[in-house]
Write a protein that binds this ligand. Structure first.
Ligand code: AHM
Ligand code: MG
Length: 337
């Protein structure tokens, strides 16, 4: 059987970008390497204390790091060493991390990331993920600036996620479809397992934290009731599935069809999720897979960005389901929560 590794695939795809000099390919390769290291640590999360005590992990007697901090440091050091990135924005850091070192002199890109999404799930052995979004810098040279990140999602050059689940997968797009790679632990390589991923136009799954029901906008409340109604023609009632790790919920829905909703609530009137490093990259992927991502009103990737950690509501998934949810939002927009 022919096996295609992530490294082979990105080099092959470089031909899609006639003027590319291989920087983006190298950047994707660096992300793959950092992902493997984070996966190794995530896999032994339950052992950290035990191994730490015996000294196997913690030779210098350093305090065992929390995995989200570890993942953040791992990706940052991969980007610093790779030389393709002049600034990083991370969920874990209040400000951007400018890079200006010997290898970054001709760096063209900036990367925004959520190094470990759903990190509260680690302690209970549930899937977590990394989300990344790559933009061309707008500044001319030297270290990147905050302004480099103030670009709409439509300007993304590439985006992807890694899911540390029952197997480890890396899914990414450069705007020419979506491809998924599964880590084969026996050879330590991400291998192309899901070429040209497309999402069904409709599905049977809705993913939302219903615990917040009382605080949802009226349109969302009505849409949830719609999902629960009996209707043979539209395959309802739908099933409710909510892991609480956005990457895992969205990955499942991408493959099986479904909708993920994190709306505004009376408690978080702007929404919870972050536009730059959660919603925009996930929106780029779902659109490239044939789905949709909106705020409930408009396309996520066209939302102007003014703050690094800007929040937004998110309706993401199979196109027919997102359309229906948005119809409910429009119809009930005038009603009080
Ligand atoms: P995090 O980046 O702090 O982990 O938060 C993002 C996560 C998503 O992955 C997940 O879908 C959602 O927040 C869960 O939030 P809640 O517990 O409010 O339902
Ligand atoms: Mg997150």
């Amino acid at each position: 059987m022919e096996v295609k590794t992530l490294g082979q695939f990105v080099i092959e795809k470089q031909a899609d970008f006639p003027y590319a000099k291989g920087e983006l390919s190298r950047l994707l390769r660096d992300i793959g390497i950092a992902a493997k290291i984070v996966n190794r640590e995530v896999n032994k999360a339950g052992l950290v204390e035990i191994l730490g005590e015996t000294g196997t992990v913690n030779v210098q007697g350093e305090k065992v790091k929390k995995l989200d901090v570890f993942a953040n440091e791992q990706f940052i050091s991969a980007f610093k060493a790779g030389g393709e990135v002049c600034a990083i924005a991370s969920e874990e850091n209040d400000d951007i991390i400018p890079i200006d070192n010997a290898v970054s002199k001709s760096a063209k890109y900036v990367v925004a990331m959520d190094p470990l999404d759903g990190s509260s799930n680690i302690d209970v052995n549930v899937s977590v993920g990394t989300i990344f979004s790559i933009y061309r810098r707008t500044s001319l040279n030297g270290a990147g600036t905050l302004q480099d990140f103030m670009q709409k999602g439509t300007e993304q050059v590439a985006a992807g996620y890694i899911i540390y689940g029952s197997s480890c997968m890396l899914v990414y797009t450069t705007g020419k479809g979506v491809n998924g790679f599964t880590l084969d632990p026996s050879i330590g390589e991400f291998c192309l397992s899901h070429p040209n991923l497309t999402t069904p136009k409709s599905g049977k799954i809705y993913s939302i934290n219903e615990g917040n029901y009382l605080h949802f906008p009226e349109g969302v409340k009505k849409y949830i009731k719609y999902c629960q109604e009996e209707d043979k023609a539209t395959n309802r009632p739908y099933s409710s599935r909510y892991i609480g790790s956005g990457v895992a919920d969205i990955h499942r829905n991408l493959i099986n069809g479904g909708i993920y909703v994190y709306p505004t609530t009376t408690k978080s009137p702007k929404g919870k999720l972050r536009l730059l490093y959660e919603c925009n990259p996930l929106a780029f992927i779902i659109e490239q897979a044939g789905g949709k991502a909106t705020t409930g009103e408009k396309r996520i990737m066209e939302v102007p960005i003014t703050e690094l950690h800007q929040r937004t509501s998110l309706f993401l998934g199979s196109s027919d389901m997102v359309d229906t949810a948005m119809d409910f939002m429009t119809k009930h927009s005038a009603e009080k929560v």
